[in-house]
Design a protein around this ligand. Structure first.
Ligand code: HEM
Length: 537
């Protein structure tokens, strides 16, 4: 079975499905057997096998899948990989989820795999997922159509209009949600952030505001994601069938929204497209039909839905365990908050993203949390990388987590240490030893959005509340999530009004009144437009 670790299994899915590990194991074995029976053998010729790396492919059919999963469920999810890395080296062979697989824990090998085009490697997903995504999903297509759609989405997520709109929407939703919190009952950070992030995503993708349609979409999206990791059987009564029905209903709603856009005139680029659907509908290429656009709107929610809430939730978990970092984060955000409030400005996208320590906290959370532990590609031909042979038809698991937790790249890698990023320019995930957003042609187009959402939530949370976190543990499989949804007891902070001496001091240091700009790289105030340009990733 083809498989990728991108965040395809929502927390809801996980909760619904993983009531018992045994049930999951059984499912996986059945899936693997079905798939192995259905497809022709892709085993390479004996001559090729001899040149393949060391490692073991485990049991017939199931390979080493059960070992992999059982270690992923423990509090040492790295143990499966660490053990083999010691025995066989940084790149080794295995057999996972129904496919012979090369596991790469080598940053350079993984970088080359990610940078390769579709002639060498293509994404690989479970069968249930490919059924649900449809053939023209951005997550599945390759070549020029993929580059076109990826480019359009990426540039929209960088557009000033989107930045202003998302900042405003996100702040409104965060404040609305926080206004309902009570001091006498726990707040479940994972649920709160999930609710907010879904609404931000629906607005950014199809311009949907909170209301009946949003609720409709949310309910059916949950049913849809429940099938992403199900048995690949479409018969009525099966989960996959239910999920396909849910997708049909969502696509119908999105088609209605698209027809409305067509009737009332799609917002053209010169008047700022208002959402991703506008951008794709404006495209002159005849290939982007309304059906393709509406299908993709749903598929785009898959990687965006769970990842951002988890990023925020994990940041709060790590900060709860590291008072020194929390103190510094709070200080940094309070200074800007006071400046903005007292001098009459509102925080904009660049303000949020330019707080250096806040960005370091987010970067460190991405490194340590490994929300996406790695991605899987399938070799389209025999490929040799750094002397390692990856035979045609085999999968490669580029295991980001191993690189992020490798002490050759990151000192004391299991420690939450946001200060490690102080003098390193890796905030956008472009280095080969820090790839939380992947790389190459499929580099996550939502990375700015993810950082922004996390920055806004953290800003309001740390400046408006004190909290005590209940005990909770991080689960790493099938998705990263908190076992108890991260309950915290909150207490509202009394905002102490302007801290005039501090503001005067900061102004002396160079803050501007209405447009506080601090370089992510240097932590210094940005003075000219050219520097400001450099802030845009
Ligand atoms: C913390 C948050 C996030 C993380 C860690 C993350 C991580 C990733 C990774 C690792 C990939 C590469 C997958 C591959 O190479 O096969 C990816 C792709 C993608 N991400 Fe994100 N992502 C996040 C948030 C978002 C958001 C908010 C969106 C918004 C819609 C988004 C949209 C996408 C899309 C559309 C792709 C597929 C790109 C392609 O195949 O061309 N992601 N993401």
């Amino acid at each position: 079975m083809d498989f990728t670790f991108i965040s395809v299994f929502s927390t809801t899915t996980a909760t619904a499905y993983l009531s018992s590990a045994a049930v999951l194991f059984l499912f996986i074995i059945i899936i693997i057997i079905i798939i192995n029976k259905r497809r022709p053998s892709k085993s390479p010729s004996p001559a090729v096998v001899n040149r393949i790396l060391s490692g073991t492919t485990g049991w017939p059919f199931i390979g080493e899948t059960l070992d992999f999963i059982s270690s992923a469920y423990t509090d040492r999810p790295q143990s499966f990989i660490d053990k083999r890395r010691l025995l066989y080296g940084k790149v080794f062979k295995s057999h996972l989820f129904g496919s012979p697989t090369i596991v790469s824990t080598d940053a350079e090998v993984s970088r080359i795999v990610l940078q390769s085009d579709a002639n060498s490697f293509v994404p690989s997903y479970p069968k249930s997922l490919t059924e649900l995504m449809g053939e023209s999903s951005i997550l599945r297509i390759n070549g020029s159509l993929h580059r076109r759609i990826h480019g359009l989405i990426g540039s929209f997520f960088k557009s000033p209009y989107l930045k202003a709109q998302v900042t405003c929407d996100m702040r409104k939703l965060v404040l609305q949600s926080m206004a309902t919190w009570r001091e006498d009952r726990p707040v479940y950070i994972q649920d709160e952030t999930k609710h907010i992030a879904f609404q931000v995503l629906a607005k950014a993708l199809i311009g949907l505001d909170p209301g009946e349609d949003m609720e409709f979409l949310k309910i059916h999206f949950q049913n849809f994601t429940a099938g992403l990791m199900s048995l690949p059987v479409k018969l009525p009564g099966t989960q996959l069938h239910r999920s396909l029905q849910a997708k049909k209903k969502m696509v119908k709603l999105v088609m209605k929204i698209i027809s409305n856009k067509r009737i009332h005139g799609v917002a053209r680029s010169q008047d700022h497209p208002k959402d991703v659907a506008d951008v794709l509908l404006n495209d002159k290429s005849e290939k982007l039909t309304d059906e393709l656009v509406s299908d993709n709107m749903i598929d785009l929610m898959i990687p965006g839905d769970d990842s951002v809430p988890l990023l925020i939730t994990l940041a709060i978990k790590y900060l709860s365990d590291c008072p020194k970092a929390l103190h510094q984060l709070k200080e940094e955000n309070l200074v800007v908050k006071r400046l903005k409030t007292d001098l009459g400005g509102v925080m904009c996208w660049d303000d949020y993203l330019s707080l250096p320590f806040t960005q370091n906290v987010i970067t460190e959370t991405l490194r340590l949390g490994n929300i996406i532990m790695g991605v899987i590609r399938k070799a389209m031909k025999d490929v040799e990388i750094k002397g390692y042979l990856i035979p045609k038809g085999w999968c490669v698991l580029t295991h980001f987590r191993s690189v992020h937790l490798d002490d050759n790249h990151h000192e004391s890698p299991h420690q939450f240490n946001p200060w490690r990023w102080q003098n390193r320019d890796m905030n956008n995930g472009s280095s080969s030893c820090f790839t939380p957003f992947g790389g190459g042609l499929r580099l996550c187009p939502g990375l700015d959005l993810a950082r922004l959402e996390a920055s806004i939530f953290l800003h309001h949370f740390v400046t408006e509340f004190r909290w005590v976190a209940d005990d909770d543990t991080i689960i790493n499989f099938p998705t990263v999530r908190m076992k108890n949804r991260m309950p915290v007891c909150v207490k509202r902070e009394n905002y102490r009004g302007p801290n005039l001496p501090l503001i005067a001091k900061r102004q002396e240091e160079g803050f501007r009144n209405n447009d506080v700009q601090i370089s992510v790289k240097s932590g210094k105030v940005i003075d000219d437009e050219e520097d400001e340009e450099n802030l845009q990733p």
